[in-house]
Write a protein that binds this ligand. Structure first.
Ligand SMILES: [Zn+2]
Length: 237
């Protein structure tokens, strides 16, 4: 026992002396105690760095894609001209896309049953015709392109070129043809209430920031082809 005690007494101070007095060991001990925290801090920092590295280029890419997809000119989206074989004549001077024909004529018939007489004013327009309308009216009215574009699409940018757009008037109030006043006619009120049943939608409402309100201009979205044509417009509005 005496010997053991001596050994203990000898060993402990020696152990304390060699272990605790060594500056490297103290540092190691501190590092050991704080290592979980350090690990946590490094992990968080690494994660943040990683996320920044990954997210910055992705955000840039998204921004670039959005910019590239925004192909509007003076607020109008581009539309291809529908091939002639997809057009049908529904009035002596009005052609529309074959997908839209039945629905449009049915809508006119149903309106008639309610005592409302819809007049079809303008359907398909070729890009050449739109070119004449846009540039001749622009010069007649002495308007700059941006002003004119508020009421008429530049060639290649008109929904009428798709064959899926139709301008509608009220047979009892022809003075409102192509006028904002058309919104005060019975025909317009009937359309607002019923057009969706026939897959027609008002293209340019009062909220459109680029193009003036056109209560007479409706588009058809009742076929896959029509929905594809207006996909971009529906996504952005
Ligand atoms: Zn129109």
């Amino acid at each position: 026992m005496e010997l053991n005690k001596d050994i203990d007494q000898f060993d402990i101070p020696l152990a304390k002396r060699t272990y605790l007095n060594n500056p490297n060991s103290i540092l190691f001990k501190k590092l050991f105690i704080f290592s979980p925290f350090l690990l946590l801090i490094f992990s968080v920092a690494a994660l943040r760095f990683n996320r920044n590295v990954e997210l910055i280029p992705l955000n840039n890419l998204k921004f670039q894609v959005e910019r590239n997809l925004d192909t509007r000119i003076l607020g109008h989206l581009p539309y291809n001209e529908t091939p002639k074989e997809k057009l049908v004549l529904i009035e002596p001077n009005i052609q529309v896309h074959m997908d839209m024909r039945d629905s449009l004529l049915k809508m006119r018939e149903e309106a008639k049953k309610d005592g409302i007489y819809l007049v079809l004013l303008s359907g398909f327009r070729s890009i050449n015709l739109q070119n004449d309308i846009f540039y001749s009216l622009k010069s007649i009215r002495n308007q700059e392109a941006a002003e004119r574009a508020r009421v008429s699409a530049p060639p290649g940018y008109s929904e009428h070129s798709t064959g899926f757009a139709i301008d509608i008037g009220d047979a009892t109030q022809r003075e409102t043809d192509f006028e904002t006043d058309f919104e005060n006619t019975d025909a317009f009120r009937w359309l607002i209430k019923n057009a969706a049943k026939f897959h027609f939608k008002l293209s340019f409402n009062k909220d459109n920031k680029y193009i003036d309100y056109e209560p007479w201009h409706w588009r058809y979205e009742g076929s896959i082809e029509a929905l594809k044509v207006f996909e971009s417009s529906n996504r952005k509005s």
